[in-house]
Write a protein that binds this ligand. Structure first.
Ligand code: NDP
Length: 320
């Protein structure tokens, strides 16, 4: 049940590069933005290694440090950054209603959604059983625990390639389980993987089960989908890097989404089909999914929100 109510001009949901960039622009435009960070302040980049492709950091920077810089910059211009998650929304009338932590209702003239996306899992019971005991979806967070040991990573995209090379620096051996006979990752990343001596790429291979002794992972059971042969690869760690799901469950029924749940925006803008509601970052972009493109779309959302409010103001002045 909602107990407290507060009105804001601009509410930003989510604290990745899109949310913080929207906050910087909205704050500088005097929209007095309030941001709710979600359960993972800083978003996905807080789980990544070196970020070498974000302009302005000639020597690279770690994801967590970069997000800390984003936060400081947003706060410097007056963004009210709050820890909390949005539990439901009601976009049926203006102002929009957003419930935070299931108890507090915020009414907002504009809402910028930057809730990002979350890592996918294989869906095996053993994956759940050993999650945190040898199974992880974040090499950067947990790779350290497998120093000098053998690990496997499943996936063949840029994330898997990046994480495999990261793990290879720490671990004795990294088995990369690729379900087809080719990668999805970019050529540069594949090149890096294939030139890392302690990564063994195992093609045409599906994960059947993660084996353990009840406490820790001891091996991964794999199936060669060409020969039908099953085998066990002894490993102490198992990393999942098979893509992401957009964090849009709370917007179901309110906003238009594509078949995989990514929010739809009017092309060339951050506008959703609901007036005053804007979307930016990975939550509406399954294609580029980069920190820099997310940041750019956060800027677009703040400008769209500002222009929407300005036009509304003109409307009110003309009518009164
Ligand atoms: P992707 O969706 O690109 O790749 C997912 C990978 O996981 C695919 O290879 C897919 O196999 C595999 N996969 C999916 N389900 C299973 C399963 N059940 N069993 C085995 N394998 C499975 O996700 P990423 O997270 O890698 O990348 C997302 C986006 O982010 C991409 O656009 C990528 O380019 C970008 N990115 C860029 C980086 C950079 O530039 N530094 C770093 C990281 C990501 P299959 O190929 O057979 O479908």
């Amino acid at each position: 049940m909602s107990q407290e109510t507060e009105h804001v001009q601009c509410l930003i949901i989510g604290s990745g590069p899109a949310g913080y960039t929207a906050a910087i622009y909205a704050a500088r435009a005097d929209l007095k933005p309030v941001m709710y960070t979600g359960m993972e302040p800083g978003g996905q980049l807080t789980q990544t290694t070196e970020v070498d492709n974000f302009p302005g950091y000639p020597n690279g920077i770690t994801g967590p440090e970069m997000m800390e810089d984003f936060r400081k910059q947003a706060e410097r211009f007056g963004t009210d950054v709050r820890f909390g998650y949005v539990s439901s929304v009601d976009f049926s009338s203006l102002p929009h209603k957003v419930v935070v932590d299931e108890i507090k209702t915020i009414t907002a003239d504009t809402v910028i959604i930057s809730t990002g996306a979350t890592a996918k899992w294989l869906g095996l019971p053993s994956e759940q059983k050993y999650n945190g005991f040898g199974v992880s979806a974040c090499a950067v967070c947990d790779g350290f625990f497998f120093k000098g040991q053998d690990v496997a990573i499943v996936g063949a995209g840029d994330t898997a390639a990046e994480e495999a090379t990261y793990l290879a620096k720490l671990c004795k051996k990294v088995y990369m389980l690729v379900r087809r006979d080719e990668f999805r990752a970019s050529k540069a990343m594949v090149h890096r993987v294939l030139n890392t001596p302690n990564i063994e790429v195992v093609y045409n291979t599906e994960t059947k089960e993660i084996l353990g002794n009840g406490k820790n992972v001891t091996a991964v059971r794999v199936l060669n989908n060409q020969t039908g042969e099953e085998s066990d690869i002894p490993v102490e760690g198992f990393f999942v890097a098979i893509g992401h799901k957009p964090n849009t469950d709370i917007f179901k029924g309110w906003l238009e989404m594509d078949e995989t749940g990514y929010l739809k925006t009017i092309p060339g803008t951050s506008k959703t089909t609901i007036e005053g509601v804007f979307a930016s970052g990975d939550v509406q972009d399954h294609y580029y999914r980069q920190a820099i493109t997310a940041a750019g779309s956060g800027c677009m959302a703040a400008l769209d929100a500002e222009r929407y409010l300005a036009a509304k103001g003109d409307e009110v002045r003309v009518l009164s």
